[in-house]
Structures are given as structure tokens and as C-alpha cells.
Design a protein around this ligand. Structure first.
Ligand code: F0G
Length: 356
């Protein structure tokens, strides 16, 4: 047998080059992100009936979240422009991705995170990849304002999703969904924090539609956490509060993009409670074998809510983006589930506990 490279994935820039802004070859910085699975839910018929529910599991990207799609673009572009350093504000995942791609590009990374409010896995990633981690006494919105000020005056590239190349990279998630299904879904559900990803997916779907690659567009369904739901309320939230720390954001940068996605697609932006988020989070892990982080489960909590409200119909294809991996936040996993059972090192006693 002869070994060939056929079928090996080259990362989103190489795979979707014709649909992305041009980038010089030698600037491309990739960890081979993208090509994540679209996993069909098969065990939840009791909840969803004949709805076809598919999970776009972005937790399987190199740093464990969808941010890698945007970061490969933003960092490659920064490198092309000769930048030596990047900076971002983050609830955790952006900082992990920024740190990793900066390491790959040989650049410095500065990340500003809300003190004590980011999941352990994400913090350890940023530190391990060599970023300077600055924990501020304030929330994400405060951190983003500071990053905006710094990048106004200093030659450091901002890699938050205000950077248009982040959106360009993240829209490839929509391309992959279309290629997997052979068409666009009826509905696309996403968690909404800073609102970059819903903006990006809508851009991706519209682009494939414009090119004639797909002939339908999905309704875009964004879900915020109830305590951090500025778009639903119609005004910024001073002190956002949710256990889904990734989406604990009170004044999203891409607010307009989210409204546009909702209105142009005929979709919805709504909220789910922390209890609903945890219920969906546990359901996916225990019954579908998919371990995502709590914020990601806001999308599935949204599907459960919309199904109850009679919005979704049998036969609809519903895609949920599961934005990050469950291992990012082991604390919440352990807090929200049953404790392991302590047993003596004794076979007979263990068998008894096992119910034999
Ligand atoms: N899910 C996860 C796991 C996230 O980390 C984020 C955002 C979102 C959903 C929301 O996506 O902001 O595009 O609406 N995390 C950012 C960060 C804010 O700093 O990691 P969005």
C-alpha cells in the first residue's frame, strides 16, 4: 500500500481560501482547526420527537473552542502586517486561543480576564501558552474597554471579535454545516455572549447562499443567559450574572450583528435560565456522550424551550453549535453532578455497592 496525503485537513484558511480574505502563504498560522464533527442526537426522541437535532461540536478544535477558527485568521493577518504582539479581553476561551496561536506565530500575547471568573481549564491554557495574563478587578465589558483604549495608542493588534478577521474565520463553521448536511439547516441555535459567533455564522450562510452553494437559509436562534441578556432586554446589563461564565457579558460588541442575523433570518434572540443551561449540559453528557461547557449548552436549552413553545416542527433540521469543551470547566461539572462513591478496596463490598 502506498501512503498518500489525500484527505488530510489543512486548517480553515487553506480549506476555505476562496471564501476568505487573501492571506500570504508564509503568514498562515494554523493548528489545523475546523473540520469538527456534526453529531446527530439519537437518544432524545422523548424530548424532541422527530426533530433532527445535530450538534456542531466546536469543543474539538485544537484549544477546545470555536475561537480557533477566528484566531487563525486574526493572528495570520496580524503576522502578515508585521505585528509583534496581540491583545484581547476574554471570558477565557478567546484568551486560550489567542495565547496558543501567538505561541505558534512567535508573537507575544496579552490577555485581560475578569479576576476569579474564568474557568480553570481556560486560565491554565493561557498561562501554559505563555501569554501575559492580567486579571482585572472588573468584568469582561470593563476589560474590553481597556483593550480598546490600549490598541488605540499602542502597536498591539486587538484580536477580539471587533477584529473583522475573527468573524471571517468563524463563518467557516457555517460552511462546514452546509457541506455536512448538503444544505443549510432549518434552524441554527447558538449561545450569545459578545455576539461575534452568531454574526459570523449568519455571514457564512449568506455567503454560501449568495454563491449559489445552498438554496435555503436557516433561522438564526441566539440564546443568552437570563442574568446576562442585554440583547433580549434591549439595554446593557451593568452587572451580568450567570454560572455560564463564558457568556457573562453585559454589553456585546457585535450587538448589531446579532440583531441583523435575527431579523434578516426571521429568527429569535431569547434567554434561558442557569437551571435550564445546567439541565441541557447534563442531558448532552449523560445521554448523548457529548461533554460541552455550560455556555455551549445554552443553545440546546434554547431548543428545549422552543420545542415546548411549539416553535419547532417534526422534520426540521436543527443545528446547535456547542462552542466549547466540557473539560474547560471541571469545577462546574463536579459541582452539578453526584459525588463519586467512596468504597473500601474490597471486591465483595464493591460488588454489593454495584448492586450485584
Ligand atoms: N460559548 C463559549 C464557550 C464562549 O467562550 C463564548 C464567548 C460564547 C459561547 C459566545 O460567543 O461571544 O461570539 O457571542 N467567549 C468569549 C471569550 C467572550 O472571551 O472567550 P460570542
Amino acid at each position: 500500500m502506498q501512503l498518500t496525503r489525500k484527505g488530510l485537513w489543512g486548517g480553515i484558511i487553506r480549506e476555505f481560501r476562496e471564501f476568505l480574505p487573501e492571506i500570504q502563504d508564509d503568514a498562515v498560522t494554523t493548528l489545523l482547526e475546523g473540520n469538527t464533527p456534526l453529531v446527530e442526537c439519537v437518544n432524545l426522541k422523548d424530548l424532541f420527537g422527530e426533530l433532527r437535532l445535530m450538534l456542531k461540536f466546536e469543543g474539538l478544535n485544537p484549544t477546545g473552542s470555536f475561537k480557533d477558527r477566528g484566531m487563525t485568521m486574526a493572528v495570520s493577518k496580524a503576522r502578515e502586517e508585521g505585528a509583534k504582539a496581540i491583545i484581547c479581553a476574554s471570558t477565557g476561551n478567546t484568551s486560550a486561543a489567542a495565547a496558543a496561536y501567538a505561541a505558534k506565530a512567535g508573537m507575544r500575547a496579552f490577555v485581560l480576564v475578569p479576576d476569579g471568573q474564568i474557568a480553570m481549564g481556560k486560565l491554565s491554557q493561557a498561562i501554559m501558552h505563555g501569554a501575559m495574563v492580567l486579571q482585572i478587578k472588573g468584568n469582561f465589558d470593563n476589560a474590553l474597554e481597556i483593550v480598546k483604549e490600549i490598541t488605540r495608542d499602542y502597536p498591539i493588534k486587538m484580536v477580539n471579535s471587533i477584529n473583522p478577521f475573527r468573524i471571517e474565520g468563524q463563518k467557516t463553521g457555517a460552511f462546514e454545516v452546509c457541506e455536512h448536511l448538503g444544505h443549510a439547516p432549518t434552524y441554527h441555535f447558538l449561545p450569545v455572549g459578545n455576539a461575534g459567533n452568531i454574526t459570523a455564522y449568519w455571514k457564512g450562510y449568506r455567503q454560501y447562499y449568495g454563491e449559489g452553494i445552498i438554496s435555503n437559509l436557516p433561522k438564526m436562534m441566539g440564546f443568552q443567559a437570563e442574568g446576562a441578556a442585554p440583547i433580549v432586554l434591549g439595554h446593557p446589563v451593568e452587572e451580568p450574572d450567570t454560572l455560564a461564565t463564558a457568556i457573562k457579558i453585559g454589553n456585546p460588541a457585535s450587538w448589531d450583528g446579532a440583531l441583523k442575523a435575527r431579523d434578516e433570518s426571521g429568527g429569535v434572540i431569547s434567554s434561558v435560565t442557569d437551571d435550564e443551561i445546567i439541565e441541557a449540559y447534563k442531558l448532552l453528557a449523560a445521554r448523548e456522550g457529548v461533554f460541552c461547557e455550560p455556555a455551549s449548552a445554552a443553545s440546546v436549552a434554547g431548543v428545549i424551550k422552543m420545542k415546548k413553545e411549539g416553535v419547532l416542527n417534526d422534520g426540521d433540521t436543527v443545528v446547535c453549535t456547542l462552542t466549547g469543551h466540557g473539560l474547560k470547566d471541571p469545577d462546574i461539572a463536579l459541582k452539578s453532578s453526584e459525588k463519586p462513591i467512596k468504597v473500601p478496596a474490597d471486591t465483595a463490598k464493591i460488588l454489593k455497592v454495584m448492586g450485584f
